[in-house]
Design a protein around this ligand. Structure first.
Ligand code: PLP
Length: 409
């Protein structure tokens, strides 16, 4: 692709796009440029219908009987079966529950159980803050040390118990080589936890192929499960003998025996804690059907095209935005970020949103756009690049209302 391309070329790419039909699964205004599916995936028609039916019939009429009659009790397992092929895992090695943060607590507490006395958790200084906060709390509670590095694979040493990384950096989009980094960690005897928040559903992930130890991931980003959707965790079979520090009745071998003592359920079922949020589970379960049979290599290829188209338009249209993401899609997740030369990225982002281009802002001064190829078209990437470059060039963001900070950026 010779950049920048023309809008007619973008239209031609849409016409030949094997994923184009999937956009009709989503409830999205035709003129909205939604490049924030990496933060919150949009509503699918299937999830809307399923949740409405679950509220009216399953909750409204079935009441408590629905745990059995509507199969509520099996929802997490059903969802695990749909997430598993997206991440190179077996469904039995997954648990679908809680938030990514809480799941990270659970797998970290298990990963630190070692016979060799190692107590160091090594992570990336730029990791998503919640991951670092959870690790900090775990370190406090379990007598471990959180060690932050600018280049964790280079800082692997024989005192590291756990290497905890997010595969794709939320700010820059930089993507680790999961297999190579896992092998390097294993070479010094460390266990590896991967956060797949910006990976699952965006490109092929192969946890078993990479020989990872643990993983966690998010249900409301590329999996489109809805705001606060249940997250997931994965544990390699060789690590499933450990029992996490956070225990509840849904992780008991016999929850309805109401024993006073905890007896862990087999495998990853012991990672369940409390009652599942059934309506949120229902939304995620329905949304995942959109991905059934979708080839993630095709998704990743289209993502690279979308990013290239937008980068081409932005760089052709303004000198005020600098790409801070890797140019090579092989080392980048499904997002691109720009730094604003005059530090006005926040206002720029607000002005773009006011004109129907939704991305988001991340400190310090990063404007970020995610590409979810199930519903983002090539013309959307083209139009987004033209619009963003125009706002930066004309400085139409320079108005007081665009500088006002909202609670959520
Ligand atoms: C989005 C994200 C999370 C989200 O955590 P929640 O507990 O679901 O709020 C966690 N880690 C990373 C790396 C993320 O990008």
């Amino acid at each position: 692709m010779q950049l920048p391309i023309s809008r007619a070329e973008a239209e031609a790419m849409d016409a030949a796009d094997p994923l184009a039909h999937l956009r009709a699964e989503f409830i999205l205004a035709d003129d909205l440029l939604y490049l924030d599916g990496n933060s919150l995936g949009p509503l699918t028609k299937r999830a809307k219908a399923r949740v409405e039916a679950a509220v009216a019939a399953e909750w409204g009429e079935g009441l408590i009987r629905s745990w059995n009659t509507a199969g509520w009790i099996d929802l997490p397992r059903r969802i695990a079966g749909k997430i598993a092929p997206l991440i190179g895992a077996a469904a039995d090695d997954l648990a679908v529950c809680d938030s990514t943060s809480v799941n990270l607590f659970k797998v970290l507490s298990a990963a630190l159980q070692r016979d060799d006395g190692r107590r160091v958790i090594l992570s990336d200084r730029r990791n998503f803050p919640t991951d670092l906060y959870v690790a900090d709390g775990i370190a406090d509670q379990f007598g471990a040390t959180l060690r932050l590095s600018d280049d964790p694979p280079a800082d692997l040493s024989s005192d590291v118990a756990v290497l905890m990384l997010t595969e794709v950096d939320y700010r820059s989009g930089h993507k680790y080589d999961m297999a190579a980094v896992t092998a390097a960690a294993h070479a010094v005897g460390a266990t590896v936890i991967w956060d797949l928040a910006h990976s699952a559903g965006a490109f092929p992930v192969d946890l078993m192929g990479a020989d990872a130890d643990y993983a966690v991931g998010c249900g409301y980003k590329y999996l489109n499960g809805g705001p606060g959707a249940p997250a997931f965790l994965w544990v390699h079979p060789r690590n499933q003998n450990k029992v996490p520090a956070l225990r509840g009745w849904f992780g008991h071998a016999r929850p309805f025996a109401f024993d006073a003592g905890f007896a862990p359920a087999a495998g990853t079922a012991r990672y369940y804690v409390g009652t599942a949020p059934v309506l949120s589970m229902t939304a995620l379960d329905a949304a995942l059907d959109v991905m059934d049979g979708v080839d993630l290599a095709t998704v990743a290829r289209k993502s690279a095209e979308l990013a290239a188209i937008m980068i081409g338009q932005v760089e052709a249209g303004t000198d005020d935005l600098t790409l801070i993401s890797p140019r090579d899609p092989a080392v980048r997740g499904s997002q691109i970020s720009f730094r604003h030369e005059r530090g006005e990225g926040y206002a720029l982002c607000q002005a773009a949103i006011a004109q129907g281009l939704i991305g988001d802002y991340r400190e310090p001064d990063v404007v970020r756009f995610g590409f979810a190829p199930l519903y983002v078209r090539h013309v959307d990437a083209f139009d987004a690049g033209v619009l963003l470059a125009g706002i930066a060039r004309e400085r139409t963001y320079d108005r007081p209302e665009f500088y006002a900070r909202a609670a959520v950026t």
